[in-house]
Design a protein around this ligand. Structure first.
Ligand code: SF4
Ligand code: SF4
Length: 260
């Protein structure tokens, strides 16, 4: 367990007061009443079904409740479930995937004009920080474009944390690279967007937060600020602190994406 994770777990237990870990059956009952604030009801209900199936599978394998709580709190459950529903989606071979224009070194989508690069979970933030450690201090994406993600290689425009890139990067795709170029210059061309599994990801994070209220903290982070802190060589705890969102950010993100 990392120092940071141990700190988070301790912090969670302190916030819990008595700190008694609910069992998985209790969590599943509570999940039936939990809310994904900001998301439309149908997306919330889908997220609840996906998360309940996941908890049911862990329950049947007798996974310790403490480990389950840690996965929910770190957002690892949300990442795994998004990956799972993403694979199901890809297996159906939707037209948008067949005509996707994405490829290595194509990085207009890594120019982060709006917001803070997107929402990532604590587990994703930790993984991204670890992946960028070896390139701390080197030239970064901002040497290619002032608004590029710091994780980008300025010479090749490849992601230097490709295997550790968060769900928000894995879910984004486009059928039109010219539209991406236009949008990276401040335009608003059609042709790009998120795969549907990103909605499951957000729903599971939001439900996890409601489910663990008073037990563990479910924090979210800014991709751009985390990558910036990592390439500038900040240790993990300082990078997390620099990139941590205010708690309202998750609901705002859910509301925005639910409307789109
Ligand atoms: S989303 Fe656009 S810019 Fe990003 S890889 Fe795909 S085509 Fe290229
Ligand atoms: S983490 Fe990698 S894929 Fe994601 S925005 Fe940054 S450079 Fe692009």
């Amino acid at each position: 367990m990392s120092d940071n994770k141990a700190r988070n777990d301790r912090r969670g237990k302190t916030r819990a007061g008595a700190g008694r870990t609910p069992d998985i059956a209790t969590l599943r009952r509570k999940l039936a009443r939990s809310r994904a604030k900001g998301l439309p009801k149908d997306l919330e209900a889908r997220g609840r079904r996906v998360l309940d199936a996941y908890l049911g599978a862990l329950e049947s394998r007798d996974v310790p409740a403490d480990a389950v709580l840690s996965e929910l709190a770190s957002g690892e459950a949300a990442r795994k479930l998004a990956e799972m529903t993403g694979q199901e989606l890809r297996a159906q071979q939707p037209a948008i995937l067949a005509s996707a224009a994405c490829g290595a070194g194509c990085a207009y989508c890594c120019i982060l004009l709006d917001g803070d690069g997107g929402l990532i979970t604590e587990a994703e933030a930790q993984r991204l920080h670890a992946a960028l450690g070896p390139v701390a201090g080197a030239a970064d994406g901002r040497d290619w474009h002032p608004r590029a993600c710091p994780a980008l290689d300025p010479a090749t425009q490849n992601c230097r944390a490709y295997d550790a890139r968060p769900t928000v990067c894995r879910s984004f795709l486009s059928t039109d690279v010219d539209a991406c170029r236009t949008n990276a210059a401040g335009g608003s061309a059609d042709g790009s967007g998120m795969l549907g599994n990103h909605l499951d990801y957000l729903a599971v994070i939001a439900l996890s937060r409601d489910l663990l209220k008073g037990t563990r903290r479910v924090a979210t982070y800014s991709l751009e600020n985390l990558a910036k802190a990592a390439v500038e060589g900040l240790p993990l705890d300082e990078a997390l602190s620099a990139a941590r969102h205010k708690s309202a950010e998750l609901e705002h993100t859910c509301r925005d994406i639910g409307r789109s």
